[in-house]
Design a protein around this ligand. Structure first.
Ligand code: AHR
Length: 497
């Protein structure tokens, strides 16, 4: 089989916003406690943050981290996490039926997020709380001093403001499971007034309003339109969430889930544009796909988890090779839509549906999905070129699915071209050529490929063998040529002259 991708210097989608490679840390399971934070761990720093986890987060090059939830934020009192640790209250978290010690709060998290070189995307509680809490936390975090909340922050040890630029207006407020769940009209008005007040303090902050929890919600579509009817002028991004799984154990169908993601993004963008047209507004609404990943492996185990434990091992999906291939397809899909998707957060970062796993007191290791994420976040920067892909297709779930998912990014800063490609074929290698029109190619800098693993193979603390290896590609005039192994993730970096 043969496949060809053509890109042309003048046909550009957009420049990638690095925040498309964001992640998510929620006070859920072992993401914070025994994930990023474990005082007494052999690699812990003076604040109790694990050095081995920090090193892996830096290796991923995560630029942007959403915090502190998720469903958790809809019942969270942020004031519980400030002041001396010994006097912080233990609270029941009703979202995950656990006990929250509040040992990590805003100060600790901000110190950690800065230390890994990422920016914080803070969510406010619009479930059990509202406008008053939102203006107070904003003042606490961002005001220099000379007011009640900013002086309290200084007393609590952070002289300088945190200067958090991007804020989420609640989480999944359309979901009946959410504490303080609201109708679109109830949420729309609350989000509008909260946004107004937050921007009265600082109109340079950016706000993300909640879209649907996923595209199967009964209110999906109508929710977006109504919420934006209230908030379009006051917010900057609309959120999308979606998790994927291979419950049917049908690999061709599973690997086609990225087409669903593509349709979801395009439909939500269309709803935004409908509201824009109706309101005769010039501003374009951008999208924040601030929860995406594979999530299904842990469902059965979690249904048996005992309630009211502290940091229990819940949502601990152990990812296999086929999950890494789908994550590769999902990353390419986000990039293909980078003219609308400016923020995206893989959910989550450590232990909880995450690329990084830890053993309490022991090792930290890379799950299979770590690799495509690391390749994209480290090298997928620059301008995405419109990919014209000619290749055979197969039928799955009523769609024609191309065997290859691919695109090319021109990294102007490094003067290189980066190609990402997944071969979805179960058994056939594809002769793959990429023609770069309008560029002069130098040599291949690096070609990393993940292939040849059993599709159900996972990485463990002892065995991290589902990982990339070197592969070869040749330059032939304006083209790069290679053979894409069946079921493979590929990253090819080519120097430009
Ligand atoms: O990421 C796990 C959970 O999934 C989040 O708390 C919630 O927002 C979503 O339903």
């Amino acid at each position: 089989m043969k496949a060809k991708m053509t890109v042309n210097k003048t046909f550009k989608i957009d420049k990638v916003d690095p925040r498309i490679y964001g992640s998510f840390v929620e006070h859920l399971g072992r993401c914070v406690y025994t994930g990023i934070y474990e005082p007494g761990h052999p690699t812990a720093d003076a604040q109790g943050f694990r050095g081995d986890v920090k090193a892996l987060v830096k290796e991923l090059n995560v630029p942007f981290i959403r915090y502190p939830g998720g469903n958790f934020v809809s019942g969270y009192n942020w004031e519980d996490g400030i002041g001396p640790k010994e006097s912080r209250p233990k609270r029941l978290d009703l979202a995950w039926k656990t006990v929250e010690s509040n040992e990590v709060g805003i100060h600790e998290f901000m110190e950690w997020v800065n230390s890994v070189g990422a920016e914080c995307n803070m969510a406010v509680n619009l479930g059990t709380r509202g406008i008053d809490e939102a203006r107070n936390i904003l003042e606490y975090c961002n005001h220099k001093g000379g007011s009640y909340w900013s002086d309290l922050r200084r007393q609590n040890g952070s002289e300088e403001p945190f200067n958090i630029k991007t804020w989420c207006l609640g989480n999944e407020m359309d979901g009946p499971w959410q504490m303080g769940h609201k109708t679109a009209a109830e949420y729309g008005r609350l989000a509008q007034e909260t946004a107004k007040i937050m921007k009265m303090y600082d109109n340079t902050i950016e706000l993300v309003v909640c879209g649907s929890s996923n595209n199967t919600m009964p209110t999906y579509g109508a929710w977006e339109a109504e919420v934006l009817d209230y908030t379009y002028n006051d917010v900057d991004y609309l959120s999308l969430h979606c998790y994927y799984g291979n419950q049917k154990n049908d690999l061709p169908s599973y690997l086609a889930k990225s087409l669903e993601m593509d349709e979801f993004i395009k439909s939500v963008a269309a709803i935004c544009d409908y509201v824009k047209a109706k309101k005769r507004i010039k501003k374009t609404m951008y999208l924040s796909f601030d929860e995406w990943n594979v999530w299904y492996h842990s469902h059965t185990a979690d249904s048996k988890s005992e309630p009211w434990q502290q940091a229990p091992p819940i949502l601990e999906d152990v990812y296999n090779f086929e999950d890494a291939l789908l994550v590769g397809c999902l990353l390419i899909t986000l990039l293909k839509n980078c003219d609308r998707v400016k923020i995206a957060c893989m959910a989550q970062l450590v232990n909880v549906i995450a690329p990084i796993m830890t053993q309490p007191g022991g090792e930290a290791w890379r799950q299979t999905i770590f690799w495509p994420y690391a390749h994209a976040a480290n090298h997928g920067l620059g301008t995405v070129l419109t990919p014209i892909v000619e290749c055979p297709t197969y039928e799955a779930d009523g769609r024609q699915v191309p065997f290859i998912e691919s695109l090319a990014i021109h990294n102007e800063d490094k003067n290189e071209m980066v190609v990402f490609a997944v071969n979805r074929s179960l058994d056939t290698a594809l002769d793959f050529g990429v023609e770069f029109q309008g560029y002069t190619l130098g040599s291949v800098i690096e070609y990393k490929e993940m292939s040849g693993h059993d599709i159900k193979k996972t990485n463990t603390q002892q065995d991290g063998s589902v990982k990339p290896k070197d592969a070869t590609a040749t330059i032939d005039g304006a083209s790069v040529k290679t053979k894409l192994a069946p079921l493979s993730w590929n990253m090819i970096r080519v120097a430009l002259k």
